[in-house]
Design a protein around this ligand. Structure first.
Ligand SMILES: C[S@@+](CC[C@H](N)C(=O)[O-])C[C@H]1O[C@@H](n2cnc3c(N)ncnc32)[C@H](O)[C@@H]1O
Length: 352
Protein backbone atom coordinates (compact mmCIF):
# COMPACT_ATOMS: atom_id res chain seq x y z
CA UNK A 1 0.00 0.00 0.00
CA UNK A 2 1.39 3.36 -1.00
CA UNK A 3 0.89 5.49 2.08
CA UNK A 4 2.37 8.76 0.93
CA UNK A 5 -0.10 10.76 2.98
CA UNK A 6 0.58 13.84 4.97
CA UNK A 7 -1.47 12.37 7.85
CA UNK A 8 0.67 10.41 10.28
CA UNK A 9 0.98 6.63 10.02
CA UNK A 10 -0.69 6.00 13.40
CA UNK A 11 -3.64 8.22 12.55
CA UNK A 12 -4.05 6.43 9.21
CA UNK A 13 -3.92 2.91 10.73
CA UNK A 14 -6.43 3.80 13.44
CA UNK A 15 -9.04 5.41 11.26
CA UNK A 16 -8.72 3.71 7.87
CA UNK A 17 -7.97 0.07 8.62
CA UNK A 18 -11.31 -1.15 7.21
CA UNK A 19 -10.59 0.33 3.78
CA UNK A 20 -9.10 -1.93 1.09
CA UNK A 21 -7.00 0.99 -0.22
CA UNK A 22 -6.25 4.60 0.64
CA UNK A 23 -3.72 7.17 -0.47
CA UNK A 24 -3.43 5.02 -3.52
CA UNK A 25 -4.26 5.10 -7.24
CA UNK A 26 -5.95 1.79 -8.09
CA UNK A 27 -6.03 0.72 -11.70
CA UNK A 28 -9.28 -0.99 -12.72
CA UNK A 29 -12.96 -0.60 -13.45
CA UNK A 30 -14.46 1.75 -10.91
CA UNK A 31 -17.71 -0.28 -10.83
CA UNK A 32 -15.71 -3.22 -9.37
CA UNK A 33 -13.46 -1.14 -7.15
CA UNK A 34 -16.30 0.89 -5.63
CA UNK A 35 -18.00 -2.34 -4.53
CA UNK A 36 -15.02 -3.01 -2.25
CA UNK A 37 -15.61 0.20 -0.24
CA UNK A 38 -17.83 -0.26 2.85
CA UNK A 39 -21.15 1.62 3.17
CA UNK A 40 -21.21 5.14 4.69
CA UNK A 41 -17.44 5.44 4.77
CA UNK A 42 -16.26 8.30 2.51
CA UNK A 43 -16.57 12.03 3.19
CA UNK A 44 -16.48 13.29 -0.37
CA UNK A 45 -16.73 11.73 -3.83
CA UNK A 46 -15.53 14.25 -6.37
CA UNK A 47 -15.05 13.36 -10.00
CA UNK A 48 -15.36 14.12 -13.65
CA UNK A 49 -16.73 11.05 -15.44
CA UNK A 50 -15.60 10.16 -18.98
CA UNK A 51 -17.36 12.17 -21.67
CA UNK A 52 -19.93 10.56 -23.96
CA UNK A 53 -18.49 9.20 -27.22
CA UNK A 54 -15.32 11.23 -27.16
CA UNK A 55 -13.10 8.11 -27.38
CA UNK A 56 -10.15 10.19 -26.39
CA UNK A 57 -9.14 8.18 -23.32
CA UNK A 58 -6.68 5.33 -23.44
CA UNK A 59 -7.96 2.15 -21.79
CA UNK A 60 -11.57 2.15 -23.01
CA UNK A 61 -14.16 2.14 -20.24
CA UNK A 62 -17.27 4.27 -19.87
CA UNK A 63 -18.20 6.75 -22.61
CA UNK A 64 -18.29 4.37 -25.56
CA UNK A 65 -21.93 3.31 -25.11
CA UNK A 66 -24.04 3.24 -28.28
CA UNK A 67 -26.72 5.61 -26.99
CA UNK A 68 -26.93 8.51 -24.61
CA UNK A 69 -29.50 6.62 -22.52
CA UNK A 70 -27.06 3.71 -22.11
CA UNK A 71 -24.31 6.13 -21.11
CA UNK A 72 -26.49 7.80 -18.48
CA UNK A 73 -27.64 4.40 -17.18
CA UNK A 74 -23.99 3.28 -16.80
CA UNK A 75 -23.09 6.49 -15.00
CA UNK A 76 -26.07 6.12 -12.70
CA UNK A 77 -24.83 2.69 -11.63
CA UNK A 78 -21.55 4.30 -10.59
CA UNK A 79 -23.43 7.17 -8.96
CA UNK A 80 -25.53 4.75 -6.84
CA UNK A 81 -22.32 3.24 -5.53
CA UNK A 82 -21.04 6.74 -4.72
CA UNK A 83 -24.25 7.43 -2.78
CA UNK A 84 -23.85 4.13 -0.92
CA UNK A 85 -20.24 4.75 0.15
CA UNK A 86 -20.56 8.34 1.35
CA UNK A 87 -21.29 8.95 5.01
CA UNK A 88 -24.69 10.46 5.88
CA UNK A 89 -22.68 13.67 6.34
CA UNK A 90 -20.91 13.13 3.02
CA UNK A 91 -21.06 14.99 -0.27
CA UNK A 92 -20.80 14.15 -3.97
CA UNK A 93 -19.53 16.47 -6.70
CA UNK A 94 -19.95 15.42 -10.35
CA UNK A 95 -18.39 17.62 -13.03
CA UNK A 96 -19.60 16.89 -16.53
CA UNK A 97 -18.91 18.00 -20.06
CA UNK A 98 -21.48 18.43 -22.79
CA UNK A 99 -21.47 17.48 -26.46
CA UNK A 100 -23.01 18.50 -29.78
CA UNK A 101 -24.74 15.97 -31.99
CA UNK A 102 -25.68 17.06 -35.48
CA UNK A 103 -25.16 20.72 -34.46
CA UNK A 104 -27.51 20.36 -31.49
CA UNK A 105 -26.33 20.55 -27.89
CA UNK A 106 -27.27 17.38 -26.01
CA UNK A 107 -27.37 18.91 -22.49
CA UNK A 108 -25.84 15.70 -21.13
CA UNK A 109 -24.88 17.03 -17.67
CA UNK A 110 -28.44 18.20 -17.00
CA UNK A 111 -29.99 14.98 -18.26
CA UNK A 112 -27.73 13.12 -15.86
CA UNK A 113 -28.52 15.42 -12.93
CA UNK A 114 -32.26 15.08 -13.51
CA UNK A 115 -31.99 11.28 -13.74
CA UNK A 116 -29.84 11.19 -10.58
CA UNK A 117 -32.35 13.18 -8.54
CA UNK A 118 -35.29 11.17 -9.91
CA UNK A 119 -33.76 7.72 -9.54
CA UNK A 120 -31.48 8.00 -6.50
CA UNK A 121 -32.21 9.16 -3.00
CA UNK A 122 -30.24 12.40 -3.25
CA UNK A 123 -30.74 16.13 -3.09
CA UNK A 124 -29.11 18.44 -5.62
CA UNK A 125 -27.74 21.28 -3.49
CA UNK A 126 -26.19 23.42 -6.21
CA UNK A 127 -25.06 23.54 -9.78
CA UNK A 128 -21.74 25.35 -9.49
CA UNK A 129 -20.61 26.73 -12.82
CA UNK A 130 -16.96 26.68 -13.77
CA UNK A 131 -16.37 29.72 -15.99
CA UNK A 132 -13.23 29.08 -18.03
CA UNK A 133 -11.22 32.23 -18.66
CA UNK A 134 -9.30 30.51 -21.46
CA UNK A 135 -11.66 28.12 -23.28
CA UNK A 136 -10.39 26.26 -26.33
CA UNK A 137 -10.26 28.95 -29.02
CA UNK A 138 -12.62 28.02 -31.84
CA UNK A 139 -14.10 30.21 -34.55
CA UNK A 140 -17.70 29.16 -35.04
CA UNK A 141 -19.74 31.20 -37.49
CA UNK A 142 -23.15 30.23 -36.16
CA UNK A 143 -22.66 29.55 -32.46
CA UNK A 144 -20.76 30.83 -29.45
CA UNK A 145 -17.69 29.26 -27.87
CA UNK A 146 -18.60 27.05 -24.94
CA UNK A 147 -16.77 28.29 -21.84
CA UNK A 148 -18.61 26.79 -18.87
CA UNK A 149 -19.04 23.41 -17.19
CA UNK A 150 -21.31 22.41 -14.32
CA UNK A 151 -20.15 20.89 -11.04
CA UNK A 152 -23.23 19.27 -9.46
CA UNK A 153 -23.31 19.06 -5.67
CA UNK A 154 -25.40 16.15 -4.35
CA UNK A 155 -26.01 14.98 -0.77
CA UNK A 156 -27.87 12.05 0.74
CA UNK A 157 -28.99 13.71 3.97
CA UNK A 158 -29.62 17.18 5.33
CA UNK A 159 -26.70 16.74 7.68
CA UNK A 160 -24.01 17.16 5.08
CA UNK A 161 -20.68 18.65 6.15
CA UNK A 162 -20.45 22.23 4.96
CA UNK A 163 -17.91 24.97 5.71
CA UNK A 164 -19.23 27.95 3.79
CA UNK A 165 -16.73 30.41 5.23
CA UNK A 166 -13.85 28.31 3.87
CA UNK A 167 -15.07 28.45 0.24
CA UNK A 168 -13.15 30.87 -2.00
CA UNK A 169 -11.77 32.38 1.15
CA UNK A 170 -8.39 33.40 -0.05
CA UNK A 171 -7.83 35.28 -3.26
CA UNK A 172 -4.28 33.99 -2.95
CA UNK A 173 -5.34 30.43 -3.76
CA UNK A 174 -4.55 30.29 -7.43
CA UNK A 175 -6.30 32.72 -9.69
CA UNK A 176 -9.81 31.79 -8.67
CA UNK A 177 -11.99 34.83 -8.36
CA UNK A 178 -15.06 34.93 -6.15
CA UNK A 179 -16.90 36.65 -8.87
CA UNK A 180 -16.68 37.59 -12.50
CA UNK A 181 -13.79 39.92 -13.31
CA UNK A 182 -14.06 43.19 -11.42
CA UNK A 183 -16.78 45.47 -12.63
CA UNK A 184 -14.98 48.59 -13.76
CA UNK A 185 -18.29 50.48 -14.06
CA UNK A 186 -18.92 50.41 -10.34
CA UNK A 187 -20.69 53.59 -9.22
CA UNK A 188 -20.17 55.38 -12.56
CA UNK A 189 -23.84 56.27 -12.99
CA UNK A 190 -23.64 58.55 -9.93
CA UNK A 191 -21.28 60.95 -11.75
CA UNK A 192 -24.00 61.91 -14.24
CA UNK A 193 -26.63 62.04 -11.49
CA UNK A 194 -24.48 64.55 -9.57
CA UNK A 195 -24.08 66.62 -12.74
CA UNK A 196 -27.87 66.66 -13.29
CA UNK A 197 -28.63 67.57 -9.67
CA UNK A 198 -29.36 71.07 -8.30
CA UNK A 199 -26.37 70.90 -5.90
CA UNK A 200 -24.25 74.06 -5.96
CA UNK A 201 -20.76 73.88 -7.50
CA UNK A 202 -18.98 73.41 -4.14
CA UNK A 203 -21.34 70.59 -3.16
CA UNK A 204 -20.89 68.94 -6.57
CA UNK A 205 -17.12 69.12 -6.17
CA UNK A 206 -17.38 67.46 -2.73
CA UNK A 207 -19.76 64.79 -4.08
CA UNK A 208 -17.42 63.93 -6.98
CA UNK A 209 -14.44 63.58 -4.60
CA UNK A 210 -16.41 61.46 -2.12
CA UNK A 211 -17.65 59.25 -4.97
CA UNK A 212 -14.14 58.71 -6.36
CA UNK A 213 -12.90 57.76 -2.88
CA UNK A 214 -15.67 55.26 -2.20
CA UNK A 215 -15.25 53.65 -5.63
CA UNK A 216 -11.59 53.15 -4.78
CA UNK A 217 -12.58 51.50 -1.47
CA UNK A 218 -14.67 48.97 -3.43
CA UNK A 219 -11.85 48.33 -5.89
CA UNK A 220 -9.40 47.82 -3.01
CA UNK A 221 -11.80 45.30 -1.46
CA UNK A 222 -12.22 47.38 1.71
CA UNK A 223 -16.01 47.41 1.34
CA UNK A 224 -18.45 45.27 -0.62
CA UNK A 225 -20.29 48.13 -2.26
CA UNK A 226 -22.15 51.38 -1.61
CA UNK A 227 -25.23 53.43 -2.39
CA UNK A 228 -25.22 57.19 -2.91
CA UNK A 229 -28.21 59.42 -2.28
CA UNK A 230 -28.25 62.82 -3.97
CA UNK A 231 -30.64 65.60 -2.91
CA UNK A 232 -33.44 66.14 -5.40
CA UNK A 233 -32.58 62.92 -7.25
CA UNK A 234 -33.18 60.19 -4.67
CA UNK A 235 -35.92 59.87 -2.06
CA UNK A 236 -35.02 61.49 1.25
CA UNK A 237 -34.25 59.28 4.26
CA UNK A 238 -36.79 59.31 7.08
CA UNK A 239 -35.95 60.34 10.64
CA UNK A 240 -34.93 57.88 13.37
CA UNK A 241 -31.84 55.85 12.47
CA UNK A 242 -31.78 57.59 9.11
CA UNK A 243 -31.75 61.02 10.76
CA UNK A 244 -27.97 61.47 10.41
CA UNK A 245 -28.18 60.79 6.69
CA UNK A 246 -30.97 63.35 6.34
CA UNK A 247 -28.76 65.98 7.99
CA UNK A 248 -25.89 65.13 5.58
CA UNK A 249 -28.27 65.35 2.65
CA UNK A 250 -29.54 68.77 3.75
CA UNK A 251 -26.06 70.11 4.50
CA UNK A 252 -23.88 68.57 1.75
CA UNK A 253 -26.47 67.61 -0.85
CA UNK A 254 -25.47 63.94 -0.80
CA UNK A 255 -24.82 60.99 1.49
CA UNK A 256 -22.99 57.69 0.93
CA UNK A 257 -24.07 54.38 2.49
CA UNK A 258 -21.17 51.91 2.68
CA UNK A 259 -22.01 48.19 2.47
CA UNK A 260 -19.73 46.05 4.61
CA UNK A 261 -20.09 42.34 5.41
CA UNK A 262 -19.07 39.07 3.86
CA UNK A 263 -18.89 38.73 0.11
CA UNK A 264 -21.71 36.67 -1.33
CA UNK A 265 -20.68 33.08 -1.89
CA UNK A 266 -21.94 32.56 -5.41
CA UNK A 267 -22.38 29.37 -7.41
CA UNK A 268 -19.61 30.19 -9.87
CA UNK A 269 -15.87 29.64 -10.01
CA UNK A 270 -13.91 31.64 -12.56
CA UNK A 271 -10.53 30.13 -13.37
CA UNK A 272 -8.46 29.04 -16.36
CA UNK A 273 -8.20 25.55 -17.82
CA UNK A 274 -5.04 24.04 -16.40
CA UNK A 275 -2.21 22.32 -18.22
CA UNK A 276 0.18 19.88 -16.54
CA UNK A 277 3.64 19.25 -17.95
CA UNK A 278 3.96 16.03 -20.01
CA UNK A 279 0.41 15.02 -19.12
CA UNK A 280 -0.99 12.36 -21.51
CA UNK A 281 -4.55 13.04 -20.36
CA UNK A 282 -6.74 15.17 -22.67
CA UNK A 283 -9.38 16.34 -20.15
CA UNK A 284 -8.09 17.32 -16.73
CA UNK A 285 -9.84 19.66 -14.32
CA UNK A 286 -7.98 22.35 -12.36
CA UNK A 287 -6.59 21.29 -8.98
CA UNK A 288 -7.57 24.71 -7.60
CA UNK A 289 -11.27 24.03 -8.16
CA UNK A 290 -10.99 20.72 -6.31
CA UNK A 291 -9.14 22.41 -3.45
CA UNK A 292 -12.04 24.84 -3.11
CA UNK A 293 -14.52 21.95 -2.86
CA UNK A 294 -12.29 20.30 -0.27
CA UNK A 295 -12.42 23.52 1.76
CA UNK A 296 -16.21 23.73 1.40
CA UNK A 297 -17.08 20.09 2.09
CA UNK A 298 -14.30 18.41 4.09
CA UNK A 299 -11.84 18.79 6.97
CA UNK A 300 -8.20 17.72 7.09
CA UNK A 301 -7.94 13.93 7.48
CA UNK A 302 -11.29 13.28 5.69
CA UNK A 303 -11.52 10.66 2.94
CA UNK A 304 -11.90 11.90 -0.64
CA UNK A 305 -12.57 9.42 -3.45
CA UNK A 306 -12.44 9.92 -7.22
CA UNK A 307 -13.72 6.93 -9.25
CA UNK A 308 -12.33 8.46 -12.50
CA UNK A 309 -9.11 10.00 -11.28
CA UNK A 310 -7.35 10.30 -14.67
CA UNK A 311 -4.15 12.28 -14.26
CA UNK A 312 -4.59 12.39 -10.47
CA UNK A 313 -5.84 15.99 -10.03
CA UNK A 314 -8.20 15.06 -7.17
CA UNK A 315 -5.41 13.24 -5.34
CA UNK A 316 -3.07 16.21 -5.85
CA UNK A 317 -5.64 18.53 -4.25
CA UNK A 318 -6.21 16.05 -1.40
CA UNK A 319 -2.51 15.77 -0.60
CA UNK A 320 -2.08 19.57 -0.72
CA UNK A 321 -5.01 19.99 1.68
CA UNK A 322 -4.08 17.09 3.99
CA UNK A 323 -7.04 14.89 3.07
CA UNK A 324 -6.83 11.11 2.49
CA UNK A 325 -7.41 10.18 -1.15
CA UNK A 326 -8.59 7.12 -3.05
CA UNK A 327 -8.34 7.26 -6.85
CA UNK A 328 -9.50 4.77 -9.51
CA UNK A 329 -8.89 4.76 -13.24
CA UNK A 330 -9.19 2.09 -15.90
CA UNK A 331 -6.22 3.31 -17.93
CA UNK A 332 -2.81 1.90 -16.98
CA UNK A 333 -1.14 4.88 -18.63
CA UNK A 334 -3.10 7.48 -16.64
CA UNK A 335 -2.64 5.55 -13.39
CA UNK A 336 1.09 5.46 -13.98
CA UNK A 337 1.18 9.18 -14.77
CA UNK A 338 -0.95 10.02 -11.69
CA UNK A 339 1.32 7.98 -9.40
CA UNK A 340 4.42 9.74 -10.71
CA UNK A 341 2.68 13.13 -10.37
CA UNK A 342 1.84 12.36 -6.74
CA UNK A 343 5.33 11.11 -5.99
CA UNK A 344 6.81 14.34 -7.36
CA UNK A 345 4.34 16.38 -5.34
CA UNK A 346 5.05 14.61 -2.04
CA UNK A 347 8.76 14.99 -2.75
CA UNK A 348 8.30 18.74 -3.30
CA UNK A 349 6.16 19.09 -0.17
CA UNK A 350 8.83 17.36 1.91
CA UNK A 351 11.44 19.78 0.53
CA UNK A 352 9.35 22.82 1.58
C1 LIG B 1 -12.72 13.10 -17.64
S1 LIG B 1 -11.50 11.95 -17.24
C2 LIG B 1 -11.02 12.40 -15.61
C3 LIG B 1 -9.92 13.42 -15.58
C4 LIG B 1 -9.50 13.83 -14.18
N1 LIG B 1 -10.53 14.58 -13.51
C5 LIG B 1 -8.21 14.66 -14.23
O1 LIG B 1 -8.21 15.82 -13.82
O2 LIG B 1 -7.21 14.13 -14.73
C6 LIG B 1 -12.35 10.45 -17.02
C7 LIG B 1 -11.47 9.25 -16.73
O3 LIG B 1 -12.29 8.10 -16.50
C8 LIG B 1 -11.53 6.96 -16.85
N2 LIG B 1 -12.46 5.82 -17.02
C9 LIG B 1 -13.30 5.54 -18.02
N3 LIG B 1 -14.02 4.45 -17.75
C10 LIG B 1 -13.65 4.02 -16.53
C11 LIG B 1 -14.05 2.96 -15.70
N4 LIG B 1 -15.00 2.09 -16.07
N5 LIG B 1 -13.44 2.80 -14.50
C12 LIG B 1 -12.47 3.67 -14.11
N6 LIG B 1 -12.05 4.71 -14.86
C13 LIG B 1 -12.63 4.89 -16.05
C14 LIG B 1 -10.79 7.39 -18.11
O4 LIG B 1 -9.63 6.61 -18.31
C15 LIG B 1 -10.48 8.86 -17.80
O5 LIG B 1 -9.18 9.00 -17.31
Amino acid sequence: MNQNAIASETEVTETLSDLPFYNEIECGDSADLLRQIPDDRVDLVITSPPYFQQREYHGGGIGNEATLDDYIATLLNIFRECVRIIKPTGNIIFNMGDKYDNSSLLLIPYRFAIAATEQCDVTLVNNITWVKTNPTPRQFKRRLVSSTEPFFHFVKSRHYQYYLDEFLKSEKIGKIKRDCPQNTNVGQRYFSLIAQSDLNSRQKEMAYTALENVIQEVKDGKIEGFRMKIRGIHSEPFGGQEGGRKIQLDKNGFTIIRIHGNPLKKDAIVTPVESVKNCPHPAIYPVQIIEEFLHLLTKPGNIVLDPFVGSGSTAVAAIKQQRVYIGFDISQEYCQFARERLQNLTHQLKLW
